[in-house]
Design a protein. Sequence first.
Length: 274
Amino acid sequence: MNYLAHLVSILGYALVVGCAVPSQDVEKKPASKRLNVVFLISDDLGAQSLGCYGNTQCKTPSIDGLAARGIRFTRAHCQFPVCGPSRAALMSGMYPQAIGVMGNGQSNRFTENLGYRPSMSGLFKRNGWHAARVSKIYHMRVPGDITNGVHGPDHEASWSERHSFKSPEWMTKGVHEHLSREKLKRLPEKHYGLGFGGAFYVVRGESDGAEQCDVLAADKAIKIIGEQKDKPFFLAVGFRASSRRLRAWSLSSTRAASSRLPTTNLRASRACLA
C-alpha cells in the first residue's frame, strides 16, 4: 500500500472523510473558512485488514496515523456484499433497494433513480465546493473499465471534474503465475471480451508501477489538492488494486513522490475512518 501512503501522509493538512456536511448558512461563510473533504475508498479493504482496527500482520502506518488523530467508527457497516449497490448506497444515502441498485449490473440505474436529488459529493458541489473524482468511486467494471480507461457507470452530476485512468492491470509485463484451477478464458461477448471469470494469478511487474491506475490516481489527487488549496473542495479518490489480480513492482518512484507533496495553505480538519 505504499502507493497510497504518500497521499495519506498529507491528509492531516486537508482532510475530513465524511464528516463535513454543508450547513444551511454555508453561503455566509467565505471560501477560506469552509472545510475541505478528502474521501478515500478502497475496493474490498475491510477494517480487519488495518492496524488501527487490531490487525497485527498488515502494516498500515499512514492510515493508523489518521485514525489516531481523528475519529474511528466501530459500527459502520457496508450495505451490500458487492461493489455497485454498496457504493450506490454510500453515495446516495439510501438503501440499495431504495436507490434501485441491487447488483453490479444495475449500477447504470443510479443516475435515473437518484433524479434531482444530490449525491454526497453533489451536495457539496451545489453549495460551492469543487467536487473532483479520481478513479473508482461509483462502480467500475474491473478490469475492463480500467484497461480501457473509461468512466464506467459513473454519476456525472456528482462532479466538477472527473478522472479515470487506463492501465495494463492483468496485462502488466512481467512474470505471471497462475494460482487457481480456473483457466483464463476470453469470452468475446462479455465485458470487453475479458469475461474469463475468477481465475487468480499474480504478476511480478518489470516496471516501477508508475503506469498502474492506483499510482496514477494518487499522483492526480496530490496535484488536485495543490491546485485547489485556496478553494473549498471535495476530493474523492478510489483505490482498487486490493480487489483484483495482484501485481508487485519497485516502489522507489513512489517513495520519491513525497518530495512533491503540497504542505502549505491547506485548511486542517479531522479524519474519520469507517
